[in-house]
Ligand binder design. Structure first.
Ligand code: GCW
Length: 626
């Protein structure tokens, strides 16, 4: 298709141009309409009829197969039901063969969408679900949600939380439940269940009760009735996601109840219908004031282990702080032995350049799975990066993060490189260009750019374990000197790097906050000892002298400078790679990406300048010359 766009511009012919605005995502199949497809009428059949390039395809139901799994043998797909056939059809279109079953049953997107249409940490326009002007799901919205469902189904995502974890109680009011019902009906054929984030104080805000105490019988009755009302409308409703006693949200702690007591009350309400509660462990500041922020989740939840109902899942961010470009894994995964856990990854790039930087996140998630093995989890959630922008995600390459999340949710053992290769081929590849011998070099370079992009981001933002030195609130750009006395200390960058004339970094070893003791061995000892702590986490766990000798012989201060330089050089190289790719990419997507890459370079240089100036001011002239 991009070749067409290129010819069209060259020949100034306006007739056959198809907008290359990125709206088709990775689903850029050619509409061949050639295959004769046997089997039940279903989405798989429709997709293969339209897009399968072979002459014939067969869809076979085998009820003995596991849920969602498929087998592809030649052009025959076998699955338990139409959903499995659908997954098989998308796999066949991707060129897969053989047997495949999803690793997890719960593969869920979390939308931080507000009912007023805005999206918390959204960088791609307004919500595709909520529009305060329209209290119904009109035709246009219906079509869009269908496209969204299809995109998710093509990569195996099977659940979606439709609203922000900072939840408005209004979400549970009858008019909104009606809308959720309509959305659920669009998503259902694609095998996607809907879930809602709930505000723990909803019984007060909506039900006019005097309390939201989970042990109060009126509160219990209110939630039971609410669950019944929802399930009457949406019998396959998935359940609730809850952010409680975190960043000002209400929760059971307001009534001196435990997280388990709060979660169990909700769990009992949805249990008769097969619903689940995803309870978040992202808490700090409320009950453990003064404690190192990264320790607080474990401190607050560890006594609840074993006390949750069996339909409660604890949902935790991959790192103990907050979706930084690099964090060690969150030790909560080591500390809850009797509680089923889900990991929450952030697809939207809140702290990784938002939709302005090209940063492919799968290597970061792969790194996480190297520490928290997928078998320790029972599901996976990803904070979506989707909005009303034409290209869904703001940056054309941010689509790769949505794609990679889905593919990893299906199979966390896939390599990030394999996924990037697949995505590039589907999103920018063009079969007609295959003969061009330069293309394989270009493809290789694009792949390389994606694979290097996350480490580049770490390097130009916060290398060697630095963290949370972002500008306040919006988290875009550097503010290492950030300190506002009236803010909680955990929001201030200076709290996290602790730079002084001797050195920099947060001492979380046994001589400091002892956060290392929350880790299982071998990591506990590895991270605790300055001489064995991996350099990528050095300043996360230790306060290190500026003159400290790094493995390559340079001082810490020299090493910091090298990392910032390297990060910036990488982005310069990405711009060169993108320039080389120009003849092979359609004009619109090339130009939009190029503009963003230029901006990224500017921003990376700003990071380097601001951080090195700031940290350099602590390094004495004597030290810096060493
Ligand atoms: O990372 C922080 C974000 C908040 C977010 C919170 C959370 C939804 O800055 O915007 O709120 O995490 O995960 O609850």
């Amino acid at each position: 298709m991009k070749r067409i766009a290129l010819f069209v511009t060259t020949l100034a012919c306006a007739i056959c141009v198809m907008a290359e605005d990125g709206s088709r995502l990775w689903l850029r199949y050619e509409r061949v309409q050639k295959a004769e497809v046997t089997g039940p009428e279903c989405i798989a059949k429709e997709e293969l009829r339209n897009y399968y390039a072979g002459e014939k395809a067969n869809l076979v139901i085998d009820t003995s197969m596991p849920e969602d799994a498929y087998n592809i043998s030649g052009s025959t797909i076998t699955a338990k039901n139409e959903i499995g056939l659908m997954y098989g059809a998308y796999a066949l279109l991707r060129g897969e063969s053989g047997y495949s079953a999803p690793y997890w049953k719960l593969r869920i997107l979390n939308h931080w969408d507000n009912l007023d249409g805005s999206i918390e940490r959204g960088y791609a326009g307004k919500s595709i679900f909520w529009d305060p002007e329209k209290n119904e799901i009109g035709k246009e919205k219906r079509d869009l949600i269908k496209e969204y469902a299809r995109a998710n189904a093509s990569i195996g995502i099977n659940g979606t939380v439709l609203n922000n974890v900072n939840a408005s109680p209004k979400m549970l009011s009858a008019p909104y439940i009606q809308q959720v019902k309509e959305i659920a009906a669009i998503l259902r054929p694609y095998g996607i269940k809907v879930y809602l984030s709930v505000n723990f104080a909803s019984p007060m805000a909506l039900g006019k009760l005097k309390t939201a105490d989970p042990l109060d019988k009126n509160v219990v009755a209110w939630w039971k009735a609410k669950a019944k009302e929802i399930y009457q409308q949406i019998p396959d409703f998935g359940g609730f996601l809850v952010k409680a006693n975190s960043e000002g949200q209400p929760g059971p702690g307001d009534y001196h109840r435990t997280h388990a007591q709060g979660a169990n009350m909700l769990a009992d309400a949805v249990k008769p219908y097969g619903g689940i509660i995803m309870w978040r462990s992202f808490v700090y500041g409320a009950n453990h004031k003064g404690e190192d922020r990264v320790k607080q989740a474990v401190s607050e939840f560890v006594n609840d282990d074993g006390k949750f109902r069996d339909n409660v899942i604890l949902q935790s961010k991959n790192g103990p702080l907050d979706f930084q470009p690099r964090e060690p894994y969150a030790p909560i995964f080591d500390n809850m032995h009797k509680t089923p856990q889900m990991a929450e990854l952030q697809i939207t790039q809140e702290y990784l350049g938002q939709s302005r930087h090209l940063v492919y996140l799968a290597p970061m998630w792969e790194e996480f799975f190297g520490f928290v093995r997928p078998q320790r989890l029972i599901g996976i959630a990803g904070v979506a990066n989707i909005g009303l922008d034409k290209n869904w995600c703001g940056h054309h390459f941010s689509q790769a993060n949505w794609y990679a999340f889905g593919r990893l949710a299906w199979n966390p053992l896939l390599s990030s490189e394999q996924i990037a290769r697949e995505w590039l081929e589907e999103t920018f590849g063009d079969k007609r260009l295959k003969e061009d011998s330069r293309l394989s070099t270009i493809n290789h370079q694009l792949l390389d750019m994606m694979m290097r992009s996350r480490e580049a981001c770490v390097d130009y933002m916060m290398p060697l374990g630095l963290h949370h030195i972002f500008k306040f609130d919006h988290h875009y750009g550097p503010e290492p000197d950030g300190f506002i006395a009236s803010y909680p200390l955990e929001w201030c960058p200076v709290y996290y790097h602790k730079a002084d004339s001797l050195g920099v970094g947060f001492n979380r070893s046994h001589t400091g906050t002892d956060a290392t003791s929350q880790y299982n061995e071998p990591y506990r000892s590895l991270y605790d000892d300055l001489s064995t702590c991996p350099e990528q986490y050095l300043l996360w766990f230790h306060h290190v002298p500026w003159t400290y000798r790094m493995k390559d012989g340079s001082t810490l201060w020299e090493s910091l400078q090298k990392h910032y330089d390297h990060g910036v050089n990488e982005v310069e190289d990405f711009l060169r790679i993108w320039q080389n790719a120009k003849p092979y990419i359609d004009e619109q997507r090339w130009k939009e990406t190029d503009e963003r890459l230029h901006h990224q370079l500017e921003n990376a240089r700003e990071w380097r300048k601001v951080c090195l100036n700031y940290f350099g001011s602590f390094v004495s002239s004597h030290t810096s010359k060493e």
